[in-house]
Design a protein around this ligand. Structure first.
Ligand SMILES: [Zn+2]
Length: 360
């Protein structure tokens, strides 16, 4: 599940001092293994608080001096709210558990398990009980390989109470909590014209929603081994995007926007954000020209409003494969791609996945 060839190529040797610059998708375990050392040694050498890494972070390797080599060029720094805080963790039956120290509403995150028996652990999020989420508190088995495993979590939009996690191994149980902050977005009143909002009353909508629910309920093995990539080349999302609370008609109920909108010309190729299997491909009343890809591990990506869908149900796609073209079909007021990345059916911020193997 981890690209080890890239790890070796990125090894910097300057004046006998070896250092390594963290790339998207790297894990401490994989870096340690690729350089013939251990997580413990790297943790001590670099004064790390946990196993979470930041892309671009310089790590000292055993026998090395200070990692003073400038990092190779990389993408622009993330806005502050997307920077990973110091992770926190616990230990159970020889397995290390690492989680983010804090989360934001609508964020996907991972609980990392490292150690020889990590694959045997099960994870639950009991704080989901009573939340408006699909299959709350499901017993989850980790995805991964070679001593480092992850379980993806989700913070549903509208939630600001802490995430509680439980890890069980050999009859022992460890419980922890992660605080959650809100997004502070003002409600946007769209006041859609009747010809567009009328779509919400379309009787075929029920069948469309039921089909999408089936996709969310799938539990297949993790299908990807490379970081997630954008669905459109160079497209910039609109400012009112993921997590935006909205009313669609004057006085209507508030609904959260579970995706990110990328305005683009009709016909612009839409590409799979990662490897997976197409589970929905067709034209529907609300979502318009729709493709849903099951990436495994409970992760699905959805692409709405396309003018043309160029894949079929059951087809395997690779990251970057064209799946359709941008359009303005379904509940849409102009050409754009609406992209969703869901964890066990709940919308998570796509920005947290881009250029990463897993969100933080
Ligand atoms: Zn949208």
């Amino acid at each position: 599940m981890i690209r080890r060839t890239a790890l070796l190529a990125a090894l910097l040797c300057v004046g006998g001092a070896a250092a390594y610059t963290v790339k998207p998708g790297d894990t401490l375990y994989a870096i340690a293994k690729a350089h013939g050392t251990t997580v413990e040694v790297l943790t001590r050498l670099n004064g790390l608080q946990g196993t979470a890494l930041k892309v671009g972070q310089d790590l000292k390797l055993p026998g090395a001096g200070t990692a003073s080599t400038p990092a190779p060029p990389r993408s622009a720094p993330l806005p502050p709210e997307q920077l990973a805080p110091t992770p926190t963790g616990a230990r159970i039956a020889g397995v290390n558990i690492t989680v983010p120290a804090s989360l934001r509403m609508g964020e996907a995150f991972v609980l990392r398990l490292s150690g020889a028996r990590a694959a045997q652990a099960t994870v639950r999020f009991p704080s989901e009980v009573g939340e408006d989420v699909r299959r709350p508190n499901e017993v989850l088995r980790p995805s991964g390989a070679a001593g480092e495993y992850v379980v993806p979590g989700r913070v549903v939009l509208g939630k600001t109470t802490p995430v509680v996690y439980e890890v069980t191994l050999d009859g022992a149980l460890v419980r922890g909590r992660i605080p959650v902050a809100g997004l502070d977005q003002p409600i946007q009143h769209l006041n859609l014209p009747a010809r567009i909002s009328g779509v919400l009353q379309d009787p075929a909508r029920k069948a469309e929603d039921a089909l999408v629910e089936q996709a969310y309920a799938r539990r297949t093995p993790q299908a990807w081994s490379r970081p997630f990539a954008p669905a459109l080349q160079g497209a910039v999302p609109t400012s009112s995007s993921f997590g935006q609370p909205r009313t669609y008609v004057a006085g209507g109920p508030v609904a959260y926007h579970f995706g990110t909108d990328y305005p683009a010309r009709t016909g612009t190729p839409v590409r799979a954000v990662n490897d997976g299997t197409v589970v929905i491909a067709g034209r529907y009343p609300v979502r318009g020209g729709l493709v849903v890809i099951d990436h495994g591990a409970g992760v699905t990506s959805l692409y709405f409003h396309q003018s043309r869908v160029t894949v079929k149900v059951g087809q395997k796609v690779a990251r970057g494969d064209q799946i359709g073209e941008v359009g303005s079909t379904g509940l849409s007021a102009g050409p754009h791609l609406h992209l969703e990345i869901r964890v066990r059916g709940e919308g998570t911020n796509p920005a947290g996945w881009m250029n990463r193997l897993w969100p933080r």
